[in-house]
Design a protein around this ligand. Structure first.
Ligand code: ATP
Ligand code: FE2
Length: 353
């Protein structure tokens, strides 16, 4: 069976194609990622303006689909199912993905092929691709991306959010800070590069509330700090980036460690674009080593938004009977081909685990 996954929750339009074979084992089918292609919106000056990002996805969608089909050496009629990220994300861009899913399914219907369409949750996709690609079985997920910062643990049929940001996501924090420093979008990678050359640590607010954290206050604090004329006489932009990373990643690592202890688990899995950060990876690895746990970090291309994770979750949801068939407008356990920008990870019942 071949599943084509469409990612469009925010800056990235991605197409992933996965082939899987259930003959060998029902629970861990033999799976191959045949393609994982994407184009991401970037901007030198501004951040993500929803209508501009949506225009970007409309512009690139056909090119990325063709690229992925060529990479996988497949034709459209070889596709057996189509999944798309239905939640959570920016309404403007989610709609493009849902529309692409519907258009492809209708095109296949014309060829007399009734292909199921599977709406999936983007956050759970980050987690499941990590479980597929690493040996992690029942990990705590440290999910750190642009819009989301969550610590997630599976318990009794749901992925429970046991800690999260109370305001902005850690990636949005980094991107906004980078914009203030005229570094462009996305800011995370640029801050990482500058941080390597930082020498002096600047004490910054460290805000944890139980298992939750927030970044808005820190952002305001830094904005005021860099407005002071004497600040850059004493410190460099590299020092600031270094201090920011040390502070926010220590905070993330602390919450992750507490989650491992509270849930009595011994595997930590990283997911989301900010998890590409080498310093965060280093801190988590050291923390896990110290307590005899394992730290799993998938390749960067599967940490940032990607179509492969959407395709894989499509396979899992289909196996649990959650899909839409356009043939007689049959909807099995899933909603219609629609989007849910605000749906939370812990609202979703997991039927395949
Ligand atoms: P989600 O919908 O899951 O919130 P997202 O749309 O934010 O996802 P991701 O690709 O998961 O997309 O994450 C993008 C974020 O990752 C951006 O904020 C970007 O600055 C940040 N990022 C990417 N690479 C790095 C890095 N090396 N260090 C820190 N942050 C990074
Ligand atoms: Fe993401």
């Amino acid at each position: 069976m071949i599943c084509l996954g469409i990612e469009s929750t925010a800056h990235t339009f991605g197409i992933g194609i996965i082939s899987y074979n259930t003959k060998n084992s029902k629970h861990r089918p033999e799976t191959t990622i045949l393609a994982n292609c994407k184009a991401s919106f970037t901007s030198k000056k501004a951040g993500m303006i929803p209508s501009q990002v949506a225009d970007h996805h409309v512009d690139v969608c056909d090119k990325i689909i063709t690229q992925a089909m060529q990479k996988a050496k497949l034709r459209l009629k070889d596709i057996d199912m189509i999944s798309y990220s239905a939640s959570p994300g920016i309404g403007h861009t989610l709609r493009i993905g849902a529309m692409v899913a519907r258009s492809l399914a209708l095109r296949l219907k014309k060829l007399k092929l009734n292909v199921p369409v599977i709406p999936v949750n983007h956050c759970i996709a980050h987690l499941e691709i990590g479980r597929l690609l690493t040996k992690a079985k029942d990990p705590i997920l440290l999910y750190v991306s642009g819009a989301n910062t969550q610590i997630i643990s599976y318990e009794a049929g749901k992925y429970r959010i046991i800690g999260e940001t109370l305001d902005i996501g850690i990636g949005n924090f980094l991107d906004t800070l980078a914009r203030e420093l005229n570094l462009g979008f996305p800011g995370g990678p640029k801050i990482q590069e500058l941080a390597k050359k930082g020498k002096r640590f600047i004490e910054l607010p460290y805000s944890i509330k139980g298992m939750d954290m927030n970044f808005g206050g820190l952002l305001t604090y830094i904005k005021q700090l860099i407005k002071k004329p004497q600040f850059f006489d004493e410190y460099t932009i590299e020092d600031l980036c270094f201090s920011v990373q040390e502070t926010i990643f220590a905070l993330m690592t602390e919450v992750a460690e507490r989650a491992l202890a509270h849930c009595d688990k011994n595997e930590l899995l990283l997911g989301g674009g900010v998890a590409c950060n080498k310093r965060l990876q280093e801190m988590c690895t050291i923390m896990c080593k110290g307590r005899g746990a394992q730290c799993f970090i998938p390749d960067n291309q599967y940490l940032i938004d990607n179509g492969a994770m959407i395709a894989w979750l499509g396979v899992l949801e289909y196996s649990a009977g959650n899909y839409i068939s356009l043939k007689n407008n049959v909807v099995k356990n899933a909603k219609k081909i629609t989007i849910a920008p605000y749906l939370r990870t812990d609202d979703i019942e997991i039927r395949y685990r």
